[in-house]
Design a protein around this ligand. Sequence first.
Ligand code: B3K
Ligand code: ZN
Length: 882
Amino acid sequence: MRTDNAKSIYLKDYQPPHFLVDQVSVAFDLQPQRTLVTSHLKMRRNPASTEQSPELVLDGEKLKLLRLAIDDQELPEAAYQLDDHTLTIAEVKERFTLSTQVEIRPQENTALEGLYQSGKMYCTQCEAEGFRRITYFPDRPDVMASFETTIIADKAAYPVLLSNGNCVYQQDLPEGRHLVRWEDPFPKPCYLFALVAGDLRFQQDSYTTGSGRQVDLRIYVEPENIDKCDHAMVSLKHAMVWDEEHYGREYDLDIFMIVAVNDFNMGAMENKGLNIFNSKYVLARPDTATDSDFQHIEGVIAHEYFHNWTGNRITCRDWFQLSLKEGLTVFRDQEFSADMGSRGVKRIEDVRLLRSHQFAEDAGPMAHPVRPESYIEINNFYTVTVYEKGAEVVRMQANLLGAETYRKATDLYFERHDGEAVTTDDFVRCMEDASERDLSQFRLWYSQSGTPQVRVSTSYDEQQGILEITFSQTTPETPGQKQKQPFHIPIALALLDSQGESLPLKTSAAATGASREQVLELTEATQTFAFHDLVQQPVPSILRGFSAPVKLEYDYSDDQLMFLMARESDDFNRWDAAQTLARRTLLKLVAACQQGLPLALPGGFVEAYRLALTDQQADKALLSELLSLPSESNIGDQMTQVDVEAVHQARQWLKRALAEALRDDFAAVYEQNQSDAYEITSASIGQRRLKNLALNYLMSLEAPQIDRLCMAQFETADNMTDVMAALHGLVNRDIPERDRALSDFEAKWRKDPLVMDKWFAVQAGSNLPGTLSGVKALMEHPAFSIRNPNKVRSLIGAFCSTNLFAFHASDGSGYEFLTDQVITLDTLNPQIAARLLRIMSRWRRYDESRQQLMRKAFERVLAQTDISKDVFEIASKSVAEE
Ligand code: B3K
Ligand code: ZN
């Protein structure tokens, strides 16, 4: 086991940088065997630094130093020291220019951090700490410099040479080479640096900002993908308008570029003026991408674009403040998507993700606050807690302030901090200053980890017409945090009459002009609120719109849940009632499976589903959400110990029971929702979703007639949404159509890597026995490569994280498989290896024998000699004593 480099970095140790960089001039000479990077840094001592030492320490990894000079004087070897991570110069002046030349080998870079090759093109990924793999530099976000970048490369192979900012100079050079120079006038941290070189085509458009400036918009892709950029371009323009309208933010350079690359560790990267994207979040045509792909593209394009202000113009002081930019930008992209499509459905999707992943993270060994206190490898902290919980924390502040004051507060934030590297605390201070509210207790959301549990009880006094609602909050212990203080929790509340109408909320008998929805602010461990003038006992609608990231417990009866499922006007709570009912039912079925008792449905359950299925008024996407059963992992999350087999059995049984009872209704819905022309509008997306939900239920009947229907859809569909819905159904059936569909699909799409990702994922998720050996065989497929993160995620990741039943096979074969892949990947791409290993981090939730198998798997990982910091951190924290 290696621990030399695996030490924790603490927030409490933060020190301002000792030296600042004002200007960077960097030149890249891209040659087949090596790349030369020559840089000149104009540096000076930071007046705010407390340290007086004459020494200069720069970060640098995997660099071969060829030249080192200060103010043009070469430094003798005795004047500096090199190790694997730093370059230390013993003595420097107040102000100086540091020049270095290094050699790097992007063609050998499999970690996809720094400068690397994706197919034939060169590209970069510098966040969080990739720039130190390009040149020696103080690689930290609070060092902001303006950059001038020169790129020299062979013109035929790399006609397109891009970097941040505006293109200021181009020149042809001897031997078929050329030079291009870019200048970025906005000071930025080096994690926002980017370079791209390749034989690329671009789709071009233009945008005129509110103040009348014309911006050149370009999406660069490999030639074969030029017909898949329309949706990304439209999304970008929508995002630009939205940011002007909602935050008063205009774009600030003359050109905005997006480049799509196939090999990318995450979704996309907001480099100033030159966003680099995983091609998955750019490329789409109706026949290659599903509706949800289209929606994700819109969201990610907006997210990266929004970073231009929330992240780039105002950046993070240190990486503990990551949520300053990520939480805020996720909140912004969520609201943008809500405005572009169906607000209620978007909220449901976001909360579903939060509950399934973030609540799980908060309840496991990797739990950390939105502003973490320490890390070993920062790349492990790009988490659902920092992103999604961080977004909830911003959302709560926006709601507490109200739209108008929140806008004042963000205006103040942009005005006060433009060009600075700041903290989450600076952000909250702007919220406080604009609203004149004290948010000191609210700040606990940034520093305390764990998901608060809010228990609610009600008592109704019929005589006096008063309803008392009592809330009590507790937050479970998390690693390193035993004692918790009460949070400031906004609870949006309505009281519904028997028709589902919201009643006026009178906090005293004399109250007039009462509103029908109120945000109660919990600040204590226990608090009671009273509502007057209620002639009948109302049904409380609590935590509307999911107004706070908490676990709510209230003892609704089944009847009340069915009532809410039919009548609740808050889309989120309507969905939540349906989910609670289904989950409760499923848990009872799980218990029955465990005890070998006969399985039965509770009274009224089928009718409640029929009512929703035949609701003609509601948004069809919302109905599809309502009628989708909680996932196996969601059910498992409610159990003290997950019983993989019983959960699988219970869910399969319930799905089939509903399909049997509602067969005609599902068939009718399937027929009525066939549409002629494919459109990407909310209405048409909703229609496809409901139709495919019906097909999915019907397929659980395992009936030849339905298999044929499904195969017909697969064969005749003109869009990927319907094709994939059919393939999902077929892949769980042991029938000849399954193989035919899979091989037709493969023959048609084998040259399109993104479509092949779907083909891998659908097979990895199959319920049929033998899926693991299928997955192993697919790893030999010519379209698979362990070096491509999308392939790893779609085959290995999909199997381990979505196919719970197969992954947790009692013989431990799933764990062994995951461990083998993590070990192989760790030598190639530690970030991806660590992400994969995380899937097993909640191993303590399983039975004794599975726990032992998983613990052994972690031990095997930890025993590897050259283990990365990334994987070491996940493995060691996962097995640490609680
Ligand atoms: N800021 C990048 C994420 C970088 C991840 C580095 N491991 C994408 C985003 O959140 O917009
Ligand atoms: Zn982001």
